[in-house]
Design a protein around this ligand. Structure first.
Ligand code: XMP
Length: 331
């Protein structure tokens, strides 16, 4: 039978065989898949692995610190923290259109990544957190479901002129739940292994309109409260039902900052400030989603805390739309 231990041993042996004494580079996003690849490669080849963490400033509160902590203290890899926050802020300064935000953030990632990669000596391999469903999906999208070109997504990495790396994709046979089990067995913390889906463009697509440092700071603080309260709510449901994905638990939850202000009152003073929109959905695959029927007291606590603790916010609204016709994200 396949135990987690033997699966890890097999993967480690395969990585060692493929890599030999060469070096490997990996773009670490803080997400489940790239983190598990990093942990697996750390086990297999240790400091022959360089993890490049491109910090675009659009991750949630404390996330960059958490990623750095795990991959500098717990795993012995070569960890490069690229502080690209200012460059992203400048690139996004006047951008409103959601797909334009995505395009800029994605292409800048590869610029930042290859700037580091080209400076490292003797790197032959680029490790990727491709999982089995990614391969199926990209094949299905490109060919209408035919299996013949299912690896076409490989071509999506925009290698600069004259640059080439061989790919190593240790998770390409695994489904998401197997990847999580692997991560836990490798010692990754729950906050990474059970991280909820988070878009690559990060908080930029949860700020409607232009992205500014002020808005980012408001959204990070409000979002941290949403996560704290709903993490606790999910933990209580887990405690009661023993199921991580019980019908009552919330699948994805976050705050959105719209591009409007409204009038409020605080003490004797009129305020004119942003609202925060709470988004919380139940889903299994993100293709469809139901808005979560959260208890009023949980909603009330989130609202009271946000308006009390986050300067610049005077109102909280709950998005009670399912997907379709809405999407989970606002952009
Ligand atoms: P929507 O908003 O389309 O989101 O209902 C479905 C799921 O996908 C996530 N999402 C993204 N993930 N890059 C990503 O990696 C993106 O640009 C992106 N947009 C949406 C979203 O968080 C949800 O889980």
């Amino acid at each position: 039978t396949w135990t987690m231990g033997s699966i890890i041993e097999e993967s480690v042996a395969a990585i060692r065989k493929q890599v030999g004494d060469k070096r490997v580079i990996l773009g670490l996003s803080g997400g489940v898949d790239s983190s598990v690849v990093a942990a697996l490669c750390a086990r297999a080849i240790g400091r022959q692995l360089t993890c490049v963490f491109v910090n675009h400033g659009l991750l949630r509160k404390n996330e960059p610190e958490e990623v750095e902590e795990v991959f500098t203290r717990q795993f012995d890899v070569d960890f490069v923290h690229v502080h690209a926050e200012d460059r992203y802020a400048a690139l996004l300064a006047d951008v409103v259109e959601p797909e334009e935000k995505r395009r800029i953030i994605g292409s800048q990632f590869w610029k930042e990544f290859f700037t580091v990669a080209q400076d490292l000596d003797g790197v032959q391999f680029l490790a990727q957190g491709t999982i089995y469903p990614d391969i199926i999906e990209s094949g299905a999208r490109k060919t209408g479901g035919k299996a013949s070109t299912i690896k076409s997504h490989h071509n999506l990495i925009p290698f600069p002129e004259g640059v080439h790396f061989d790919l190593i994709e240790p998770l390409d046979h695994f489904f998401k739940d197997e990847v999580r089990a692997l991560g836990t067995a490798l010692g990754l913390p729950d906050h990474i292994v059970h991280r909820q889906p988070f878009p690559g463009p990060g908080l930029a697509i949860r700020i409607i309109g232009t992205v500014t440092l002020e808005k980012l700071s408001i959204l990070k603080d409000a979002d941290a409260i949403v996560r704290e309260e709903l993490d606790a709510y999910n933990a209580a449901v887990f405690e009661e039902t023993g199921e991580r994905n019980s019908e009552r638990s919330v699948w994805q939850y976050f705050a959105v900052l719209p591009d409007v202000k409204s009038v409020g009152v605080m003490g004797d003073e009129r305020t004119y400030a942003y609202p925060i929109i709470l988004r919380a959905v139940e889903s299994s695959d993100a293709m469809t989603a139901d808005w979560a029927k959260l208890p009023y007291e949980v909603l009330g606590r989130i609202s009271s805390r946000i308006v009390a603790e986050v300067p610049g916010v005077n109102r909280v609204a709950y998005d009670i739309t399912s997907k379709p016709p809405a999407t989970i994200e606002w952009e």
